[in-house]
Design a protein around this ligand. Structure first.
Ligand SMILES: CC(C)(COP(=O)(O)OP(=O)(O)OC[C@H]1O[C@@H](n2cnc3c(N)ncnc32)[C@H](O)[C@@H]1O)[C@@H](O)C(=O)NCCC(=O)NCCS
Ligand SMILES: Nc1ncnc2c1ncn2[C@@H]1O[C@H](COP(=O)(O)OP(=O)(O)OP(=O)(O)O)[C@@H](O)[C@H]1O
Length: 203
């Protein structure tokens, strides 16, 4: 099994950006749990069928895949619906993560980016858990700009996630992504060095 650093944090805080920095620093593979979910939603995939059965034809796109925008507009406004969706999707995400990890060299380092890393059980794959934080105002601005969505939609997505204060004490590193990318890179490089030293990895 490779070494795994799990990265979590709320929407648009910078998980992907930090994952890419870790690849620059020597990690072998970056695994994005969101992307794995997107594959599970392709036409005729068993999870897509179950999601369509549960949420109805309004979440099915003309090409037969799950329409994530339509599904998001339901679950980001209804926490019970999100919980149900997670129950359907998460076991399959775990299997997909395992498949991705099997592709990494035994002594390599994989980065697992998952918003529900700590709640969904995928932390069990990880030797270290990192939390990325920034201010809510920065989340809002970055989310609206990246996804080209309205203020209301961005606020709904942010509100759909509980605050991360309770996670501060259960992670190994907290990366504060509130400044420039360069300032974040310095934190990431230092944390990565600590990780490599702890596990005697020569990256
Ligand atoms: C709601 C969905 C359809 C929205 O799809 P869309 O393509 O618009 O967004 P994408 O998947 O790229 O996710 C973007 C961001 O939304 C947030 N988000 C996604 N899932 C969740 C969730 N379960 N709880 C809170 N926030 C979430 C995260 O910050 C994520 O990075 C999709 O995210 C989904 O099916 N989520 C439920 C499955 C899940 O838990 N995924 C995360 C795996 S750890
Ligand atoms: N330090 C920074 N300064 C300015 N913009 C940033 C910074 N870090 C990230 N961004 C930008 O903010 C947006 C969100 O970052 P990113 O996609 O890395 O977040 P994420 O946590 O992976 O998001 P999601 O939860 O949606 O997967 C991106 O457009 C990214 O380029």
């Amino acid at each position: 099994m490779p070494y795994v650093i799990g990265i979590t944090g709320n929407i648009a805080c910078g998980k992907t950006s930090i994952g890419q920095m870790l690849v620059q620093l020597g990690a072998e593979r970056y695994i994005d749990a969101d992307l794995l979910v997107h594959h599970l939603y392709e036409r005729d995939q068993p999870i897509a069928v179950r999601v369509a059965d549960y949420f109805g034809p309004q979440v099915v796109a003309p090409d037969g895949s799950i329409d994530r925008k339509a599904l998001g507009s339901i679950v980001f406004h209804d926490s019970e619906a999100m919980k149900r969706l997670e129950q359907i999707v998460h076991p399959a995400v775990h299997t997909a993560i395992q498949v991705e990890l099997d592709k990494v060299s035994p002594q390599g380092i994989a980065i697992l980016d998952a918003v529900k890393l700590l709640e969904g059980g995928s932390a069990n794959f990880c030797q270290a858990k990192w939390l990325v934080v920034c201010s809510e105002e920065q989340q809002l601005q970055r989310l609206m700009q990246r996804n080209v969505i309205s203020l209301q939609e961005a606020q709904a997505r942010i509100k759909a996630q509980p605050g991360t204060e309770g996670k501060l004490n259960i992670v190994d590193e907290v990366i504060v992504n509130s400044g420039t990318s360069e300032a974040t890179y310095q934190q990431v490089a230092a944390a990565f060095k600590r990780f490599c030293l702890k596990f005697a990895i020569h990256s």
